[in-house]
Design a binder for this molecule. Structure first.
Ligand SMILES: Cc1cc2nc3c(=O)[nH]c(=O)nc-3n(C[C@H](O)[C@H](O)[C@H](O)COP(=O)(O)O)c2cc1C
Length: 360
């Protein structure tokens, strides 16, 4: 079975470079969904070569959650939470699903994902295409509790005015609260007009105040502990905007920062991909590696390590993963690296961490 998976399914998964990128992604999700429907023993056999050993040196405790290893799947890959069962068997230490919005929405017109192969990058302007919070809650209920921590990322619907955003985030949260280990607040996608404004002082203060109130009251009515909340930020914030944002986060007891989302910069694009650089949307992958890592290092320095950081952006190699952790991230996430390096990247980063531990 593992051999079947390795030679048949693996080439199909994650790195379908010849297909239209969105079709490749849909096919990957459909394949993972099928794998997830296998009986548990078969699923474990099928994913045998990708599992990561249960080693204490890989374990992490962040925001009072226990992570079997620090390498997670970034938001946006499994927006509707339909592939969690299979993904949880592929070595990830945690999975972030979504971004989900209160109401279902189709997202932007296609084409809306572009590969820049010479640059090992992707530009996307998906625009939060998703089936909505009710549908995600049903999916999560069907797999709950999961074998690894599950984060749920929420955003706002495209047609919701900024002044109503905080209330809408809270309504989405109410629907999914029983089925998440941590909440991720997405205020950093460049593909929903005005969304990034929610990172600014007064809008962010209002949003975080409302989210914390909702989390506290849901913990009382549902008899759970208060669930941790992470804020996902843009790599394009200026230094002073970042400092202001960190102040608001600390004063609102935010559990941590997810840094970073995609960038509007177009630095680091190879000449042969230059014709695609003008596509609107957020850039991810190799051109983002240093920008995201520098931001993680800056947050770590400015907060003197008080605020846990999930480092994401341009982790394309084992070395990128290790350097993001060294920059101050407690956990890391990968998306575009899966497209160019395949799923073995997760296993390989963990193997390198184990080796590092042994060499100490
Ligand atoms: C096609 C695509 C869709 C994405 N959708 C989301 C999303 O819905 N929510 C989110 O928080 N981030 C989303 N992201 C951003 C990623 O989670 C990640 O922050 C970013 O791509 C940088 O990491 P990477 O270089 O490893 O891809 C998306 C990225 C891509 C490429």
């Amino acid at each position: 079975m593992a051999i079947l998976y390795r030679y048949l399914a693996r080439p199909l998964l994650f790195s379908l470079t010849k297909l239209n990128p969105e079709h490749a992604h849909d096919l990957t999700i459909a394949t993972l969904k099928k794998l997830g429907a296998l009986p548990p023993l078969l699923l474990r056999l099928a994913s045998g070569s990708f599992t990561v050993p249960n080693a204490p040196s890989l374990h992490r405790q962040v925001a009072n959650l226990n992570f079997p290893n620090p390498v997670g799947l970034a938001g946006g890959f499994d927006k509707n939470g339909v592939a969690i069962k299979a993904l949880a068997n592929l070595g990830f230490g945690f999975i972030e699903v979504g971004t989900v919005t209160l109401r279902p929405q189709p997202g932007q017109d296609q084409p809306r994902i572009f590969r820049l192969p010479a640059s090992e990058a992707v530009i996307n302007r998906m625009g939060f295409n998703n089936l909505g919070a009710d549908a995600l809650a049903l999916q999560l209920k069907s797999i709950w509790p999961a074998s690894i921590p599950i984060g749920v990322s929420i955003g706002k619907n495209k047609d919701t005015p900024e002044v109503e955003a905080a209330a809408e985030y809270c309504q989405a949260l109410e629907k999914i609260h029983p089925f998440l280990d941590y909440l991720a607040i997405n205020v950093s996608s460049p593909n929903t007009l005005g969304l990034r404004n929610l990172q600014h002082y007064s809008a962010l203060t209002e949003l975080l105040t409302n989210i914390q109130q909702t989390l506290h009251s849901l913990s009382l009515t549902q008899n759970t502990r208060v669930k941790p909340v992470f804020l996902k930020i843009s790599p394009d914030l200026t230094h002073s905007q970042l400092i202001e944002l960190l102040t608001v986060c600390e004063s609102h007891n935010i559990s941590g920062i997810i840094a970073t989302n995609t960038t509007l910069n177009r630095n680091g694009i190879a000449v042969s991909d230059a014709h695609k650089a003008s596509q609107a949307g957020g850039l991810s992958g190799k051109p983002l590696t240093k920008q995201a890592r520098d931001m993680v290092a800056l947050i770590h320095k400015e907060t003197q390590g008080r605020l846990p950081i999930i480092g994401v952006g341009g982790i394309m190699t084992v070395d990128d993963g290790l350097r993001m952790l060294d920059a101050g991230a407690s956990l890391i996430q990968v998306y575009t690296g899966l497209v160019y390096s395949g799923i073995s990247l997760i296993h390989n980063i963990n193997r390198a961490l184990l080796q590092r531990h042994l060499n100490r």
